[in-house]
Write a protein that binds this ligand. Structure first.
Ligand SMILES: *Cc1c(COP(=O)(O)O)cnc(C)c1O
Length: 413
């Protein structure tokens, strides 16, 4: 096996068509698409019986450890279209001290901060850009809270696609800088991510750019789906009891739910599913409100605010898909306050040595709350998603100093 076998060896592909996630009508594969006629997300469909014949667990085990090992379940047809910056398999990190302290089951963190551009947005965007390259797209535009824009910029630049990116004015400084530095043109906009999305939508007709917004193009879900494929393989083709997912647009939650379905259909896992928990911040919790109200769609959340900028999404076009997955899995949606998010970030870093991003910390805070109120029981093996590197966010200052010219009191150490 060579390190780049996944990028250089052609494999059979099985995409048959795309399908409206709401109406179920079909659209041809290998053409440029945004939303369906009903204005809803399109899902990629595969000949899963064909995949079942073509792919074995053994064959997979012999491939390099990156997301391209799952080619038979991905939309990119030819190696020449793969745009890669090293999409490593992300590790599962156990938190045994915190499990013991809380008296709960095993806590596993899937640490997505190891991916290119430091967040799991790389999974979605590597797929969207590879498909953009395959379909001849020359200019991609996107609204972003930061990480998605960084991943789009990096991948698009690496294959010569132009990118124009719009983010809310208070997007973390590091995100704005990395987007620009990786070759995009980025604008701060005085509004929320959905306000930025409107600009992208308007420009579609006027500038002719491709709208790469969350779920408005079909392939980001396929990229995010690899989280589900990967975690099942890492657990020896099993799934955890509960998954806590920090939910903004919901691509990852929807993608993983799709992954488990496809894995069952190709015979790699059984019918057991994790309970899917959508974690949001109390200052922006449209899915939690809709889940509790029992509605199919989620109304826009006004005056959204939270330190977890990646999940500050007032309205999600895939709302019904998020809510469907949460309900079908017998999971739930839960909101956590910013002060609980900060406390969780501190606790995991200080006690387990693992630095989470605020969105990842929100999943730990949500787990603690769910264990305490009995929505999760103490035997449940849970998986938390740390979706970005904690190093991308402002960190608390340290002011302690030591004067080397004065006598040092070594008893203080
Ligand atoms: C985008 C993002 C999320 C939300 O992911 P979705 O799949 O869009 O819901 C969570 N955390 C971080 C750090 C993000 O960048």
């Amino acid at each position: 096996m060579k390190d780049n076998d996944n990028l250089t060896i052609e494999r059979p592909t099985f995409v048959t068509h795309l399908e409206c996630a709401m109406e179920g009508d079909h659209y041809p594969a290998d053409q440029v698409h945004n939303l369906s006629k009903a204005g809803k997300p399109l899902l990629v469909r595969y000949d899963l019986a064909g995949v079942k014949k073509a792919l074995t667990k053994q064959a997979l085990a012999e491939r390099p450890a990156d997301l391209w090992r799952y080619r038979e379940l991905l939309p990119v047809r030819k190696c020449q279209d793969i745009v890669s910056l090293g999409e490593v398999t992300t590790p599962l990190i156990r938190l045994p001290k915190l499990s013991a302290k809380l008296g709960g089951g095993e806590i596993i963190v899937k640490d997505e901060g190891r991916l290119p551009t430091g967040s799991f947005k790389a999974r979605g965007l590597v797929m969207a850009v590879s498909m953009g390259k395959a379909l001849g797209i020359k200019h991609m535009a996107m609204p972003t809270n930061g990480n998605a824009g960084a991943a789009l910029a990096a991948y698009a630049t690496s294959c010569g696609i132009k990118t124009t990116i719009f983010c809310p004015a208070d997007t973390p400084e590091v995100n704005v800088s990395e987007i620009e530095l990786q070759g995009a043109t980025v604008y701060r906009v005085n509004g929320y991510i959905d306000d930025c999305g409107k600009i992208v939508g308007e420009g579609k007709a006027k500038v002719g750019w491709f709208d790469t917004s969350t779920l408005k193009e079909p392939y980001r879900i396929e990229g995010k789906k690899t989280m589900g494929l990967e975690l099942a393989e890492q657990l020896g083709w099993d799934v955890p009891d509960v998954i806590f997912y920090p939910t903004g647009g919901g691509t990852g939650l929807i993608g993983m739910w799709k992954a488990f379905d496809e894995l069952e259909k190709i015979g790699f896992i059984g019918s057991k599913r994790p309970r899917m928990v959508a974690v949001q911040a109390s200052g922006c919790a449209p899915m939690v409100r809709a889940f509790e109200a029992g509605t199919e769609h989620a109304a826009r959340w006004e005056d959204a605010h939270t330190i977890a900028s990646g999940i500050r999404v007032p309205q999600a076009i895939g709302d019904f898909l998020i809510l469907r997955a949460v309900r079908e899995s017998k999971g739930f949606a839960i909101a956590v306050d910013d002060d609980k998010i900060s406390a969780a970030l501190n606790e995991v870093a200080r006690e387990e040595g693992l630095l989470l991003c605020p969105e990842g910390a929100a999943t730990y805070a949500a787990y603690k709350a769910s264990l305490a109120d009995g929505r999760v029981n103490k035997n449940d093996r849970v998986m938390l998603f740390n979706c970005a590197s904690g190093l991308k966010y402002p960190l608390p200052p340290v002011t302690r100093t030591l004067d080397r010219h004065k006598p040092i009191d070594f008893s203080q150490f």
